[in-house]
Design a protein around this ligand. Structure first.
Ligand code: SF4
Length: 695
């Protein structure tokens, strides 16, 4: 039998953006593997995407447009034609838009990271309509703000160099589960003599395998970074030449950092002072010896009240020790701003009909869906179009989100592959194609390659690409601007600014054939400064922060909910809870893939033996986790992987696939971070009790 190999890209919300090779036989995708020639993928895929055909050919794929026939949330639908679906949607949107188009809200995030199927035709549609804009904050905007003030943008070291580092701090992430290709290089660095340090309140799979694990209390990473700065300055483990040439505000930073001796930091972080001393010396002395030191920062630490500041503080460290001088030194949170993405061409904000519409924060959708019209808020939300997102499972304070989606007068359209928790609330549910069925082009937030995705198979059933759905809707709405006729190939060819030296001469037709191409960025890009800040330097003191009403220097902002910051709440809810990604899920994607869910088993709550003993809990007990916002149940796992006072519920489960129909977001809050307007998923106090039922 003839096998055709199609070049593709992994679309999921993962820094690795793997280059894929899809085997197709008689129109059927039979295998998905990593491209062995792509330098970062190196022929390896995570367990989730290695089983991509199971997801694509899943018996529960949505194949036809559906109309709700049951109550909202019940998930009962009947099949309708595309014609009827599009006409129903267009008629309702026209009626609402005639009163006020800002009563219509798009809701999307990273269900696909593709620049075509993500937000291109959809953004054009909502711009032309004059709909409310969505503030896409759910994952990374606090960290983006913190690194933006300090380094100027989401830029950093090239992860392809990290095997040459001698010390690697893996801070706020679990790469074995969510950045496996970085982990492969970190392991190679270790084989070459590097010391790996995990900084994470939880002993994750990664932390278990590092040389050193440092477990600060959740939400205290900013203080830990200040303590490291204190020791580097006190013990003169600095690169004075780098500081003088390429940084701004060192004298002010020195005064600030000297207010943070290790004993003070130790008390806030719940760590031994000696451990902080050791960490700072390992980092500073290695750099001083002329060796590369790297920090792989991930998004865990920015999901708390002071999350933006935590990222800012950590991203100051490489400049203090001159780590940027080395290709294998510096810090990476995200590489996404390294790409000259041509957002105006893709999304056409010039189509906006009048004044800039209001912005609704996706992280407070629970409150905003039930908010009445007011002069401050604007019109009540009357219609929501959800694509590439599953807010009923993912957005914080889930009971309120579900309450909002249950509004009888809310017109809800959902574009999906499966009948998710959110799809159950749709009035019209539209079948979308998966990555194997459509074209796309990708940047990466973990490496520096543009990656092409060619369609490997025909669309399943009557599924359509997001672009085509919005193209058809635009036609029904009477939008006749030429950009609504752009094909997916046309859009992909507009993805990057060809005039920018980093993607000079970008040619979509060429990329489609070759599969991937690296940006033209020098090794050690900040060896001689040149940061994309207003000063061109690493800004220890930030005038922009001052202008934005923030402390212009690195500082510490305590969690909203911790025993230290809110002792009254702590009496009722003495345990901190975090809900980091389960290895076999990716946000809420893959939870309905049976083989992956079977590996995860069922929702678990990990708690320390000390906390378990006082509550009479043993492994296998069913426990109820609660606070004032809600409750969910899970199977207890008593383990020293957590620290006393911390419970961990690996996530994000579909609510309807959990035995009680709930997940950890029953307990998370809609409070926002210090900067970036992001959610505070890991800033949560809870109590845990045995339910009396054993597994
Ligand atoms: S989820 Fe990440 S590691 Fe897995 S295939 Fe996609 S990009 Fe690669």
């Amino acid at each position: 039998m003839t096998t055709t190999i199609i070049r593709a890209a992994c679309p999921h919300d993962c820094p690795d953006t793997c280059a894929l090779l899809v085997s197709v036989e008689k129109g059927v995708a039979t295998k998905v593997r990593g491209d062995p020639e792509h330098p970062t993928t190196a022929g390896v895929l995570c367990t989730k995407v290695a089983r991509y055909t199971e997801r694509t050919y899943h018996p529960e794929r949505l194949l036809y447009p559906l109309r709700r026939v049951g109550a909202k949330g019940e998930g009962r639908f009947e099949r309708i034609s595309w014609d009827e679906a599009l006409e129903t949607i267009a008629a309702r949107l026209k009626e609402i838009a005639a009163r006020n188009p800002q009563a219509i809200l798009p809701y999307s995030y990273a269900g696909t990271m593709g620049l075509v199927q993500g937000d291109s035709m959809s953004a054009r549609f909502f711009h032309k309509l004059g709909a409310s804009r969505l503030d896409r904050t759910i994952c990374a905007s606090a960290g983006a703000a913190g690194i933006g003030y300090t380094l100027g943008a989401k830029v950093g070291m090239d992860i392809e160099q990290v095997q040459d580092a001698k010390v690697i701090l893996i801070w706020g992430g679990n790469p074995i589960a969510s950045n496996v290709h970085f982990w492969m290089r970190a392991q190679e660095a270790r084989r070459r003599g590097a010391i790996l340090v995990a900084i994470d309140p939880y002993r994750s799979l990664t932390a278990e395998k590092c040389n050193i694990h440092i477990a600060p209390l959740p939400g205290t990473d900013a203080a830990l970074a200040l303590g490291i700065m204190h020791i580097l300055i006190r013990d003169d483990l600095l690169d004075h030449d780098y500081i003088a040439r390429y940084t701004l505000g060192f004298d002010e930073l020195r005064h600030r950092a000297l207010e943070w001796p290790p004993v003070r930091v130790a008390q806030i972080c719940g760590l031994p002072a000696g451990q902080i001393e050791h960490l700072a010396h390992l980092y500073g002395a290695t750099a001083r010896a002329g060796q590369p030191v790297a920090i792989r920062l991930n998004y865990g630490l920015q999901r708390v009240h002071g999350g933006g500041m935590a990222v800012r503080n950590v991203t100051c460290l490489p400049a203090l020790v001159g780590a940027w001088r080395h290709a294998a030194g510096g810090v990476q949170l995200s590489a996404s701003d390294s790409f000259p993405k041509d957002t105006p061409a893709l999304q056409r904000p010039d189509l906006l009909p009048g004044a800039m519409p209001r912005m609704i924060n996706m992280s407070t959708i629970g409150n905003d869906l039930v908010r009445e019209a007011s002069p401050g808020f604007g019109p009540r939300i009357e219609a929501i179009i959800v694509y590439n997102a599953n807010p009923v499972a993912v957005a914080p304070e889930s009971p309120k989100v579900a309450q909002g989606f249950a509004r009888e007068d809310l017109f809800t359209v959902v574009l999906e592959h499966f009948q998710t928790d959110t799809a159950d609330y749709a009035d019209i549910l539209l079948p979308a194609t998966t990555q194997l069925e459509h074209a796309d082009v990708h940047l990466s937030y973990g490496h520096l390659y543009m990656v092409a995705n060619n369609p490997a198979i025909a669309a399943m059933g009557e599924a359509k690409p997001n672009t085509e759905i919005f193209r058809l809707l635009a036609a029904r709405m009477g939008f006749d601007d030429a950009c609504f006729a752009d094909s997916d190939d046309d859009i992909a060819s507009q993805a990057f600014n060809k005039a920018d030296r980093r993607a000079a001469g970008f040619d979509w037709q060429e990329l489609k054939l070759k599969g991937w191409r690296k940006l033209a960025i020098p090794d050690a890009p900040f060896a001689e400064g040149g940061f994309p800040t207003p000063s061109g330097k690493c800004e220890f003191h930030s005038a922009r922060m001052l202008a934005d009403g923030l402390d212009p220097l690195p500082s510490y902002i305590a969690p909203y909910e911790s025993l230290a910051s809110n002792p009254e709440l702590g009496k009722r809810y003495p345990l901190a809870m975090i809900s980091p990604p389960a290895r076999n899920f990716l946000n809420s994607t893959f939870v309905n893939v049976q083989s992956l869910r079977s590996t995860e088993g069922e929702p678990h709550l990990e708690l320390h033996p000390v906390d378990a003993a006082v509550r009479g809990i043993v492994s296998g007990d069913r426990v109820r986790i609660r606070n004032d916002r809600g409750a969910f149940t899970a199977c207890a796992r008593v383990t020293e992987n957590t620290r006393p006072g911390l419970v961990v519920g690996l996530s994000i489960w579909w609510k309807k696939l959990a035995s009680d129909g709930k997940n950890a977001n029953e307990l998370t809050s809609q409070r926002l971070t210090d900067m970036g307007r992001a959610p505070t998923f890991y800033d949560v106090l809870v109590e845990v009790e045995k339910t009396g039922m054993e597994e």
